[in-house]
Ligand binder design. Structure first.
Ligand code: COA
Length: 257
């Protein structure tokens, strides 16, 4: 149990807030486990009708904790990050996300598995996997080229180019870009609360139908990405990139073939 994840309940709405401000909500193994448990429990609990995932008014998350990546890289598809993402992927109930400020790495990837995503205009989304010696994760190598086309997906996934909340909304990664963090959370919360008025089985059936096409292929890609990601985390390229971040220097990849 960690207070780095705040779990709030408002009637049938379960809100999960990332709350590790000194590290810009970087996600640790303990945080993934807490999120996974909360989502699994939400799926079982008939009184939970919707889930809202948010960070603070100025930061969603800086992604996986870099120190954790170096010290305890996920060793198998059974690690806490997989429990969390699998619980999100399998959740039968609607998930709404509110994103302000940085949403790095898994902070952007997880949005691809939420149902309604609201962002602040100046949110800063980024998937710097290649830059860190890693590779795309949790289906993003399949989902993003389909959603955005190969050209734009290549810029985001191969160059690790960052983009704004406004761009995320224009490209269909998010639904709407709002003025700031509080406005984003308010819109997301208002939309999430609407599910409390809807018939839950109809919502669940509809979500399942919408996500059914290509689901087996997506599962296969998630497994392939996960295995490769685990190998890449232990590669000299990743060790150089992650160490450089912690040492506040530019990584040097010149010695790699
Ligand atoms: N893991 C661990 N610590 C992190 C972190 C992460 N992913 N992201 C930020 N932090 C820590 C910093 O080390 C710093 O800690 P310190 O004050 O104890 O030195 C603190 O959070 C603030 O970060 P800082 O980099 O100084 O903030 P910034 O506003 O200059 O930059 C970011 C914000 C998000 C652009 C930058 O922190 C960043 O690039 N983070 C790493 C993102 C990343 O690579 N994530 C993994 C993706 S797979």
């Amino acid at each position: 149990m960690t207070d780095h994840i705040l779990v709030e309940r408002e009637q049938g709405l379960l809100t999960l807030r990332l709350n590790r401000p000194d590290k810009l909500n970087a996600l640790t193994r303990a945080m993934y486990s807490r999120l996974a448990d909360a989502l699994t429990e939400a799926d079982r609990d008939p009184t939970v009708r919707a889930v809202l995932i948010a960070g603070s008014d100025t930061c969603f998350t800086s992604g996986n904790d870099v120190e954790d990546f170096l010290k305890v890289p996920p060793s198998s598809l059974d690690s806490p990050v997989f429990h969390f993402m699998r619980a999100l992927f399998e959740l039968s109930k609607p998930v709404v996300a509110a994103v302000a400020g940085p949403a790095v790495g898994i902070g952007t990837t997880l949005l691809l598995h939420c149902d309604l995503v609201y962002v602040s205009r100046d949110a800063r989304l980024k998937m710097p996997f290649v830059n860190l010696g890693l590779c795309p994760e949790f289906g993003s190598s399949l989902i993003l080229p389909r959603l955005l086309g190969q050209a734009r997906a290549a810029e985001l996934l191969l160059l690790g180019e960052g983009f704004s909340g406004e761009q995320a909304a224009a490209w269909g990664i998010a639904l709407e870009a709002l003025d700031d963090g509080p406005a984003t959370l308010a819109r997301a919360r208002e939309r999430a609360l609407r599910f409390l008025e809807l018939p839950p089985a109809a919502v669940a059936d509809s979500k399942r139908l919408m996500r059914a096409p290509g689901r087996e292929e997506l599962r296969r890609v998630i497994t392939e990405e996960g295995e490769l990601f685990g190998q890449r985390l232990r590669s000299p390229e990743a060790v150089e990139a992650l160490s450089a971040f912690l040492q506040r220097r530019k990584p040097d990849f010149s010695r790699f073939a």
